[in-house]
Design a protein around this ligand. Structure first.
Ligand code: DGL
Length: 273
């Protein structure tokens, strides 16, 4: 019997993580990947921490049952509200030896460098409320000023494929205004969905503010992680296969997902339990 193929799992509440997966696959094309988007239950940002934990745990479980060796939570809301509990309580009990990684700390590390003094964060209401970015940034640099802006309308905009409309521009201007008023020198797009709006945000922010999008940093961090954890890296199959699952409508996921992933994708329905 052939050994089962092992993959790297990438999870988000919907389409945002596809942007992250796209750059991961570009940087590390040799591996097998499985993407899971929980569009049926998105947005996570307005849900309680208990719900976010439950959905994230179910998603991780789905990916592990489908032979993922390692899961990247390409979702800040899940990384801030569920990751620690999954790593400390769920994995040791149910999947010892497997790993789940988040995306929030790499973004905080890049923002908290010497030259940055005032950091703006755009994130979901849940991520803002969790205080996770502020906690991680101040751990790295005690005197850093952190200004957070919850942006609850942006995930529905991306999930509806409406990134390029006039209304979206107005919504973005309104969210950016309080941050720009604080003279921020760096802006973290603290939700993977917002990476899809990077161009539009860039146009409004200008080039004085550095924009940090997780799609630009996660691949490098993942490559470093795999170099440091050879035992895990060596288990992942090298067939360059990428599989997609969604809990939402499959035809919508394939259509919009192909746009965000930059290539035509075929998806299968996922049932989380
Ligand atoms: N893309 C996710 C994040 O990075 C989740 C957004 C949501 O579902 O509200 O936070």
């Amino acid at each position: 019997m052939k050994p089962a193929k092992k993959s790297i799992g990438v999870f988000d509440s919907g389409f945002g993580g596809l942007n992250t997966l796209r750059s991961i696959v570009k940087a590390l094309p040799q591996y097998n990947y499985i993407y899971l988007g929980d569009s049926a239950q998105a947005p996570y940002g307005n849900r309680s921490p208990g719900e976010v934990y439950k959905f994230t745990r179910q998603a991780v479980d789905f990916l592990f049952r489908n032979n993922c060796e390692l899961v990247v939570l390409a979702c800040n809301t899940a990384s801030s509200e569920a990751l620690r509990k999954i790593q400390q309580e769920y994995l040791p009990k149910h999947y010892p030896g497997r790993r789940v990684l988040g995306v929030l700390i790499p973004a905080a590390e890049l923002a908290a460098v010497k030259k940055h003094k005032r950091v703006g964060i755009m994130a979901t209401t849940g991520t803002v409320k969790s205080g996770a970015f502020k906690r991680e940034l101040t751990k790295l640099k005690r005197d850093i000023e952190v200004y957070q802006q919850g942006c609850p309308l942006l995930v529905p905009i991306v999930e509806a494929g409406k990134e390029n409309t006039k209304q979206t521009k107005i919504v973005l201007q309104n969210y950016l205004h309080p941050l720009l008023k604080q003279n921020i020198d760096v802006l973290i797009l603290g939700c993977t969905h917002y990476g899809i709006l990077k161009k539009q945000i860039n146009r409004l922010v200008g080039n004085k503010v550095k924009i940090i999008s997780e799609a630009d940093i996660v691949p490098k961090k993942l490559a470093e992680y795999l170099r440091r954890h050879k035992k895990i890296a060596n288990k992942i199959s090298l067939n360059r296969a990428v599989q997609f699952y969604s809990t939402g409508q499959i035809n919508k996921f394939e259509k919009l997902g192909s746009k965000f992933f930059g290539k035509k994708i075929r998806a299968q329905k996922a049932i989380l339990q």
